[in-house]
Design a protein around this ligand. Sequence first.
Ligand SMILES: Cc1cc2nc3c(=O)[nH]c(=O)nc-3n(C[C@H](O)[C@H](O)[C@H](O)COP(=O)(O)OP(=O)(O)OC[C@H]3O[C@@H](n4cnc5c(N)ncnc54)[C@H](O)[C@@H]3O)c2cc1C
Length: 811
Amino acid sequence: MKTQTRCVVIGGGIAGCSTLYHLTQEGWTDVVLVERNELTSGTTWHSAAQVTNFGMTQTMVGLKTHSINLYKDLADDPDYPINYHHADGGIRLANTEAQMEGYRHFASMARGMDVHLEVIDADECAKRHPLISTDNLIGGLWDPLDGDIDPAQLCQALARRARKAGAEVYRNTPVTGLTQHADDSWTVHTDKGDIDCEVVVNACGYRVNEVGAMMGVHHPVTSMEHQYFLTEEIPAIKEAGHRMPLLRCPISDYYCRQEKNGLLVGFYEQDCKTWGMDGIDPNFVNALCPDDLDRVTDVLEGAFERMPALMEIGIHTVVNGPITYTIDGAPLVGPIPGKRNAFCIIGLRAGLGEGGGHGWLLAQQIVQGEACYDTWMIDPRRFTGHGNVELCALKAIEDYQNEFRFHFPHEHRPAGRPGKTTPLTPVLEAEGAEFTLVNGWERAEFFKPSPDFHEDYSFKFNNVFGVVKAEVAAIQSGVGLAEVNGFNRFELTGSGTHDFLDRMICGAVPRKSGRIGLGYLLNHHGMLKGEATVANLPASDRGPDRVWYGSAAAAEWHDMDWLQMHLRDDDDVQIRSLTNDQTILVLAGPKARTVLQAVSRADWSATAFSWLSARECFIGVAPATVFSVSFSGELAYEIHIPNAHLNAAYRTLRETGEAYGMVLFGARAVDSMRMEKGFLHWKADILTEFDPFETSLDRFVKMDKPDFVGKDALVRRHETGPTKRLVTLEVQGDLAPAHGGASVMLGTDVVGTVTSGDWGHRVGMNLAYAFVTPDLAKEGTSLDIDIIGHMTPARVIAPSPYDPQMTLPRS
Ligand SMILES: Cc1cc2nc3c(=O)[nH]c(=O)nc-3n(C[C@H](O)[C@H](O)[C@H](O)COP(=O)(O)OP(=O)(O)OC[C@H]3O[C@@H](n4cnc5c(N)ncnc54)[C@H](O)[C@@H]3O)c2cc1C
């Protein structure tokens, strides 16, 4: 066994084997996989191993396409062919129009990745799948490339190719400990000896937290018991003369595929069970949980009704095994938060289908520092301190119970609620707030017009439209107050702070005390990594000269890792997080200054406190830090308050605001208003797949700065010109917003992808942002957007259709 290598991958299921193989493809051939037993002795060996192309984001669709292409290539390898039923086709069923609308959106989104899903009616479903009844069926989504693969052969084939390229695989070699050294390298301890390496990868399936504990980390992954059964032969299958397409049913939550001349049917029952939460028997190897078909009778009935043939046929095998879930259903593939040179590929609940793609994206991240797609939706840092074992279990159960029921826009499910709250949460609830979750925080989304108001979740504009319209109108003509909790805020102190930020940000960094600027952080490929508001606070009795670095709530761990990673030993910079200590109250609208003046003694005139200023003060008796910045485009102030004083500040503002007709508003109104201003959201519009020029952020780049992270690469990119350009579009229709991922079309060609869409109530326009090919980015260009199956005309317009000169925030 080697004692030294570049990377040790721990775990020999699909996750580990795929990572190992892809590391060799990325050029790292001095790599090792260690497996405590034989390859595939965890979950992988008994997987139903369906391989679909369907995904709910373009990253998911893209990585699944990679799996499919790779598996096809492996299956066709004459030296080591493997069993892969490629392109049997598959149907996701629907019994409501709302589900069909969702499928139309997913088909529009997939088309942008060159994947052609088809929305078909009930008769067509029955034509393609001769065993199903069309009772209570409207139609479905057809995935032509759906299929299934032999999981053990797949892993062996990947390991074989990796070995051929130079990698080594050590079976029956349990990892017993991990030690990290001062230079961030690791020693992996096994019962056969130690291996020193630069990088470790946790790919340990349901034993993820045994290995996590070896590095002092808890990963938000819970295992659930999951069952399928195999039937005897069904004569109609043999007679059909073709393989049965796969079925996935969101009505009863089961799946079904052909196995020999019978069926394999798997269940996601309501009465489901977590597994291994209090420890796993070390001898649970190549093992299964006891059968328990009684638990799945609710779902079984649905499957029998859809496929009456099942009632006539015997079951010969039941498989019940552990399957891993995370808090939001997507796996954790990427850097381990707070650790250096440590990665994970865990929480895979559809690891056979996705594993090829996840290993590919992870290997790119390890070797190149970034993957070809934006990987935020699988980034392990997307859950922060709230991602604990209990929340994860509740969300895993909820997700399992809704396996094939996709979330509608703005839908946030109830398990584990309320999430993180501030002293204002119950106060706003009493005012009628409907809450959404932002990085685990309960944030007011809108204020219900009546206590029994419920949102009709839909891909179309729905009954919240009028509620948001009224909030926006009240802000535009008077003044509104909103709580923005969970906003990420770091305090940077030390003499090197500004030089450090100058190195991290590609544009100008304000250095003057009391001034604020917006900056963008790039990765080493010159692509967008982060967005930050930099505010210089003068020394006071609250602290020395310091900078507040503000970014999206979800960016808390991501940005902390990125900043810490770039600190040099001789930098005099200290970074501490204030994210959980402070909350923002936003005061917006033409009367905002009058209200602020009435609650705080300072001079708030435009000359004394101009746009982009920061100042400490008191709101009543509550200490506050006020920024004159505006995400709404109105005259506005961000008032940052320590949580202990939040209620006091709120009451002062609310009581004073009454005389000025102040309304409360929520995140949906903010989203509508920011679209009218051309303001972007991190990870909706600001993606690592694009550089700042492509994202139309040219004014935030200072190429004449001596250096900044990513500059060399950005210079090279700038010379070759953009691949896409972010534009604002006016959509000519009021049926539905253009949802993120929808395809932008020129005739039958896909020429772009929507990142955000919403109605702009002040300009009366249906607005969208999209990346389109640069030749189509000119104002006035006419395009179409495929919005839930409707080819909807859209026109490129100038960004910021509302108050483009920014006169209101400066007024
Ligand atoms: C009944 C069932 C049906 C499924 N059907 C499908 C499907 O149709 N399609 C699909 O895509 N997915 C399906 N899945 C899910 C899929 O099987 C899993 O997502 C996938 O197998 C997980 O692979 P993994 O490599 O992450 O974990 P595992 O296969 O569990 O591999 C982890 C490996 O790590 C090793 N290990 C653990 N601790 C150590 C240590 N200390 N030292 C060294 N090695 C260690 C283990 O021995 C194990 O081999 C199904 C799952 C179940 C249970």
